[in-house]
Design a protein around this ligand. Structure first.
Ligand code: NAP
Length: 309
């Protein structure tokens, strides 16, 4: 089989920082076009809409949707109806039900749908999962704090309904937690701190428990002005695990071992997408998005001071 003829849809920060280098580094993919509101000035033809690309006659096998989540569903439906395989950036949609619809369309048309969770491919994550599988979990603490002005400058969509606010990075922690913790868990309480001039929370505290009654806490805050913290700490009957996931690097500290590694998340995501297409299957795990939806369902909303960029 030749390379997968590929188009990138939505050429913003993540497309430029991660998707383009990962595609360039993977011979299974051949970037043939880009779809974006503005000319992204790449070395491939650019189209303002997916319809325009489809009408151009350029042959495309698959797309990655790197737009904000609020427009992802409509684009994914369009792409699947054109018979394309679809790679969804995280979160896979703005709602759970819309992702189920996509899964049904992909299955009916025999196309691959990949709901990607990049943080699951960070260094140390699989080792953490294997280590925890053999231990008794006593408590879990997730702390995800970063300065929104530094990490999401000018991203209006992130503050609008469906943009998730502080859960946009927080869902990365949940994608790891749902992957490495041996038991399913669910939210029991949530407090969402919402700026008076925005739809989405700037901070949130969520409590979870699992079937054994293990307590889990999650603190997310975009008002952090110092260095970011992206830490998952798990206390077990055999010592404490700490996984720290930074941009470009991850560090796993176990009682008698340290594992560190560079960022290979998007290289691994594209290798996975190529494998899924070759095998003719989809990978659509909505567990992280379900926890976010539950936090919004349970959440007490507290209005906080307006956020002005
Ligand atoms: P971004 O910088 O705002 O980029 C989004 C891009 O999508 C913009 O170029 C936007 O163009 C374009 N776009 C919007 N609607 C479109 C449409 N209908 N058709 C074509 N293009 C469209 O956002 P981002 O940070 O890259 O994030 C995008 C997604 O990736 C989010 O779901 C986010 O959670 C995820 N993600 C981001 C990061 C990160 O570090 N930034 C990491 C992992 C995952 P206009 O601005 O011209 O509208």
């Amino acid at each position: 089989m030749g390379a997968i003829r590929f188009a990138l849809i939505g050429v913003g920060k993540i497309a430029r920082d991660q998707h383009l280098p990962a595609i360039a580094g993977n011979p299974d993919f051949d970037l043939v076009a880009a779809v974006s509101h503005h000319d992204p000035e790449l070395d491939v033809p650019w189209f303002a809409t997916l319809d325009a690309l489809m009408a151009s006659g350029i042959a495309v096998d698959a797309v990655a949707l790197c737009t904000p989540p609020q427009v992802r569903h409509a684009l994914a439906v369009q792409a699947l109806h054109h018979g394309l395989h679809v790679f969804l950036e995280k979160p896979p949609g703005a709602t759970l039900a819309e992702v189920e619809t996509l899964r049904a369309i992909a299955d009916a048309r025999g196309r691959t749908l990949f709901a990607s969770w990049h943080s699951r491919y960070a260094a140390g994550v699989d080792l953490a999962k294997a280590w925890l599988a053999e231990r008794q979990i006593r408590a879990v603490r997730i702390v995800w704090r970063e300065d929104v002005r530094e990490w999401h400058p000018g991203q209006e969509w992130i503050w609008q309904a469906g943009g998730l606010g502080v859960f946009d990075p927080g869902i990365n922690a949940l994608s790891i937690a749902t992957h490495i913790l041996p038991q399913p868990f669910h939210a029991t309480q949530a407090v969402l701190y919402v700026p008076a001039n925005r739809d989405a929370p700037i901070a949130a505290d969520v409590a979870f428990t699992d079937v054994s009654g293990t307590q889990m806490s999650m603190n997310m805050d975009w008002r952090e002005t110092g260095a970011p913290t992206w830490d998952i700490t798990v206390e077990t009957d055999d010592g404490t695990l700490r996984l720290s996931v930074a941009i470009g690097h991850a560090r796993l500290v176990l009682p008698h071992a340290l594992h560190e590694g560079p960022d290979r998340e998007y290289a691994a995501l594209y290798a996975r997408f190529a494998r899924l297409i070759a095998d003719g299957i989809s990978d659509v795990d909505v567990a992280p998005l379900r926890h976010v939806a539950d936090a919004f369902l349970l959440g007490q909303r507290r209005l906080v001071e307006p956020f002005v960029e």
